[in-house]
Design a binder for this molecule. Structure first.
Ligand SMILES: [Zn+2]
Length: 294
């Protein structure tokens, strides 16, 4: 008998305040709205990226229980090592204790780095007052590199490593039944991309190549990690993110300093959300008292 069909649902955690130095145009510093995707069959479900703060993860757990009270959460998959996509794991595991948490081996190393005391310190600067409950280490099991799959009632989901995107050791989850890529932060939608770890042209080219890898699967739906609330999900975001990276590449060669870069980017691409991420990336590209690394 053919297995029953899969479906997918997206939980969008709204933007939340982040403690930051003032942004040049007076924009309120916010962490961009972040997605978590639930892929489910008749009786089971797989969650992709369990968010950042305890409040976000609690709302996510409530949503899962209210939406599919009879489905069993079997796996959590983490697309990449940035804490905004997995620190919420501690809350999710308290609610769904029998879940297998998995990631690629490369992502798992990066997750461990994010749980180092220096990395945690930065996250606590941005989100003070016990907003984050860090998961215990190690936070996941590495998928077998020869078999990067998750099975859910006869359906196979594929973890696809893509190397560098907005950080190293990124991946996406390919859902063949739905022709859907759950892209993590390889792709953005209506939100400024995080370029602070892509400060040279070769690294930015690697990110463009990572998006080409998703394109090679010919997805019909692409779920991004961060988006403008209300923005439609579609494969068009692949080209749009590549265009944005190329715009950054060009303007980083023309801007004089972080403020100038911020102004140029806002002028060239004014309708995106996530000014904090843009400002943070501009400061990384043009550090005060440093030289630009383009
Ligand atoms: Zn992110």
């Amino acid at each position: 008998m053919a297995p029953s069909s899969l479906r997918a649902d997206v939980f969008l955690a709204p933007a939340i305040p982040v403690v930051s130095s003032p942004i040049p145009d007076g924009a309120v510093p916010l962490w961009t709205a972040t997605t978590s995707t639930l892929i489910s069959s008749a009786h089971e479900a797989v969650l992709v990226d369990p968010l950042l703060t305890t409040a976000q993860a609690t709302a996510l757990a409530d949503w899962i229980e209210n939406t599919y009270p009879d489905k069993r959460l079997t796996h959590v998959y983490v697309t990449h090592g940035h804490g905004d996509h997995f620190f919420g794991l501690s809350t999710i595991l308290a609610r769904f204790p029998n879940v297998n948490v998995v990631a690629t081996a490369g992502t798992l190393v990066h997750m461990e780095e994010q749980l180092s005391s220096s990395a945690k310190e930065l996250w606590l600067t941005w989100f003070p007052n016990n907003q984050i409950l860090f998961p215990a280490s190690p936070p996941a099991k590495a998928l077998d590199s020869q078999n990067l799959t998750i099975n859910i009632e006869g359906h196979t989901l594929h973890a696809v490593p893509v190397g560098h995107s907005d950080t190293d050791e990124s991946s996406f989850l390919w859902v063949p039944d739905l022709k859907m890529a759950v892209a993590g932060d390889v792709v953005y939608n209506g939100a400024y991309s995080y370029l602070a770890e892509s400060l040279t042209a070769p690294l930015r080219q690697k990110w463009i190549d990572a998006i080409d890898k998703i394109k090679s699967f010919q997805p019909e739906t692409v779920i991004v990690g961060h988006k403008l609330p209300g923005a439609v999900d579609g494969s068009w975001t692949l080209d749009a993110t590549q265009d944005y990276i190329r715009l950054w590449d060009r303007l980083a060669g023309e801007a004089k300093n972080a403020e100038d870069m911020y102004e140029k980017m806002r002028k060239a691409d004014p309708y995106k959300t996530g000014e904090f991420i843009l400002w943070f990336s501009c400061q990384a590209q043009f550090p005060a008292n440093g030289t630009a690394s383009v």
